[in-house]
Design a protein around this ligand. Sequence first.
Ligand SMILES: O=C(O)CCC(=O)C(=O)O
Ligand SMILES: [Fe+2]
Length: 242
Amino acid sequence: MPSTSTSKKESAQLVHEKSFLSREKADHYYARLESELPWGPFSWVPGTKPLKQLVYFYDVQEQHVRPNACLDELIQLVETTYHTKSIVTWCNLFRDSNDLIDWHQDQYGMSLYVLSFGASRPVEIRPYNWSALLTSDGSPTQTLSLAHGDLYHWNKQFDANHQHRVPASGEDGKRISILVLGHPIGSNVNPEKLQTDTMSPVYTGQCNSNNCQGFLGPAKATMTNAERKCQTCGNKYRYDSW
Ligand SMILES: O=C(O)CCC(=O)C(=O)O
Ligand SMILES: [Fe+2]
């Protein structure tokens, strides 16, 4: 099993564990997750258009108020396998292959462990720094083909240097992804103090003005005045139009 410790010197690391769960276990968890979680739409900024997929955010408060045995089992499995302490869990339900997540960096400042259930979907990855973006056409440099029961994980160093997205492609049908965010055991982190606005993803994107296709500067999804500016033509995009 690869090491997942996160000392300051650690380099960026991404691992895809195919069939982390057996087919039987994946079927079992998929059915429970789909029916038991209170899935719903979510907007980072209240009143603006919601994310494409349905979500459920399982933080320490939810764990007290609405404990979910299925999520707790999966979290515990990740914790024991990777010697990590989970801080919070974010769940996505992609209702079909049109539900997508655009290019972003998570910026959770933690290691990320993602369990994938249901339809096979790609997660695309590209390096994230301006020189890489401006000298490339922005295409993904790596694609994880995630099947039912797979798991992938990356550390915060990997997140810091890359963007990822779940494009509108892959097998049609529902897909659930369970994102367990954690720190190595022994880290001094208080989950009660976590604030969603410091954890929100940072989105970029591509300019669609007159086929410009330039890259939009990054903006955090929780800022009400969030705006992304095209690095090529200067066109500005308000959060609502992302
Ligand atoms: O569904 C996945 O595998 C990734 C989801 C994701 O990138 C996110 O929720 O931030
Ligand atoms: Fe993400």
